[in-house]
Design a protein around this ligand. Structure first.
Ligand SMILES: C[S@@+](CC[C@H](N)C(=O)[O-])C[C@H]1O[C@@H](n2cnc3c(N)ncnc32)[C@H](O)[C@@H]1O
Length: 426
């Protein structure tokens, strides 16, 4: 791992917004299995581990409560909400994330899925060349080998003909993961980086075999979920922008459990880019704008900071001296985050609890204390701080492998810990 930006400076702040900060290794869940139930259906950047979501739900809400994950990604929190008898909403502006979240939270009789899987495999053999619908998006032959395109097109054709939406979407999620694994992009990266020429020579993925294996693994996960996820506790993933949350959600909320992006998509995780190839194959609309619409997606024009966080003003001043452009990126992220918090507050019930799981990344060698900035912004909205828990991210489960300078293969080592900020509405 190459340290990309060595931290040379941490803004030292004693914030009145923070009441107690504790390092507690019981939140690390080192070595624990994180792919039970439907959690292993599809990879997604910076997934929340189920154990953390479950513990927050159980400690800070009651059976029958309504939960919101305003940055739900692939829906890990929603899965845990349903398993633990909470009604839940999830918001995300990435259409692929919403598809995955829908499939992960919707119980389907596993026998039906197994039967359908055998139908798919049988139909593949019977498919005539002229029936195959091959997509033709920009650069498809750069990202996929000819044989892979042919096999994926066969799978896609058969899957799109499945009549029942729930079953079709289940197999679309399997297919999406196969697209990712059989593309020419390194599967260990969240950004699109093509394998180097020499490595490509030996890259011979077999999409049909990958599909069969992944489908069987997902059906096994569904079996456990199906037997434990109980009605009437629904989960509703909704495509939307959390900075405009109340346009899509008005339901009163008891608890928020979420892991928002760590920073703007240009310099942290580009969720749109991660989802591009699958979305193109599946014909999902709207993936093109995900990174621009994400928090901080459009940089502010000036460095004027009027947000109610002293810590943020200090940070922006220091980064601005080193690099004005990066400081604007940083500021635009927090401005959007604050818009999202104002919207979330509108649906929160009195005494409702917010649990934010966040990493403090660094920019220009300066650690950004997002946990403190978040607590200050929320204090201004009338929330009181209950605790900030610091947890270690065991390296095997490291959710963030990013490249702050967008250099292929470079991985930041700046986040090994994350903070769980817990606040209660006044
Ligand atoms: C850290 S990921 C969440 C991962 C999730 N906890 C999981 O386990 O899969 C953050 C998510 O925030 C979403 N996002 C970013 N800006 C958003 C916005 N303004 N409105 C809604 N979602 C947004 C991204 O698309 C991404 O899926």
């Amino acid at each position: 791992m190459i340290p990309q930006e060595t931290v040379v400076n941490t803004i030292s702040v004693v914030s009145k917004a923070i009441k107690q900060k504790i390092e507690d290794s019981s939140w690390d869940y080192r070595g624990e299995f994180t792919k039970a139930y439907t959690h292993g259906f599809h990879s997604y950047p910076a997934m929340m581990i189920p154990q953390v979501a479950r513990r927050l739900i159980l400690e800070y809400s009651n059976e029958g409560d309504s939960l919101l994950d305003p940055f739900c990604g692939s829906g890990s929190v929603l899965v845990e909400a349903k398993l633990n008898k909470r009604y839940s909403f999830g918001i995300d502006l990435n259409p692929l994330a919403i598809l995955i979240a829908r499939v992960k939270t919707r119980p389907i009789e596993p026998k039906l899925l197994t039967k359908q899987l055998w139908n798919i495999l049988e139909n593949l053999n019977a498919l005539q060349i002229e029936e195959i619908e091959e997509p033709n998006f920009f650069n498809i032959r750069f990202w996929f080998k000819e044989m892979v395109i042919f096999q994926l097109a066969k799978l896609k054709t058969i899957i799109s003909n499945i009549e029942a939406t729930e079953v079709r979407e289940f197999f679309q999620v399997v297919f999406s993961e196969v697209v990712r694994l059989s593309s020419n992009s390194r599967s260990s990266e969240f950004k699109l980086y093509r394998y180097p020429y020499e490595r490509l020579q030996s890259h011979e993925p077999d999409p049909i075999k990958l599909f069969k294996n992944k489908a069987m693994a997902n059906i096994a996960g569904m079996e456990k979920y199906y037997s434990e996820a109980r009605d009437p506790y629904w989960a509703r993933p909704i495509l939307g922008d959390t900075t405009k949350l109340t346009q899509v959600l008005q339901h009163p909320i008891h608890i928020v459990v979420t892991s928002p992006p760590y920073g703007d998509s240009r310099t942290t995780v580009a969720y749109g880019q991660f989802s591009r190839l699958s979305s193109q194959w599946l014909g999902l609309e709207g993936y093109e704008n995900v990174d621009k619409k994400s928090l901080g997606g459009i940089s502010v024009a000036t460095l004027h900071c009027s947000l109610p966080s002293e810590t943020l003003s200090e940070v922006i001043k220091v980064i601005g001296k080193a690099d004005e452009r990066r400081a604007k990126d940083v500021l635009s992220f927090y401005i959007d985050l604050n818009k999202a918090l104002i919207e979330i507050d509108k649906v929160m019930k009195k005494r409702g609890v917010l649990c934010f799981v966040i990493g403090n990344r660094s920019v220009k060698g300066i650690r950004l204390p997002t946990d403190i900035i978040l607590a200050e912004l929320l204090t201004n909205l009338g929330y009181c701080h209950l605790a900030t828990i610091i947890r270690n991210i065991p390296s095997k489960a490291m959710p963030l492998r990013n490249s702050p300078s967008n250099i292929a293969g470079r991985v930041s080592d700046t986040i090994h810990k994350e903070n769980i900020v817990i606040m209660r509405k006044g």
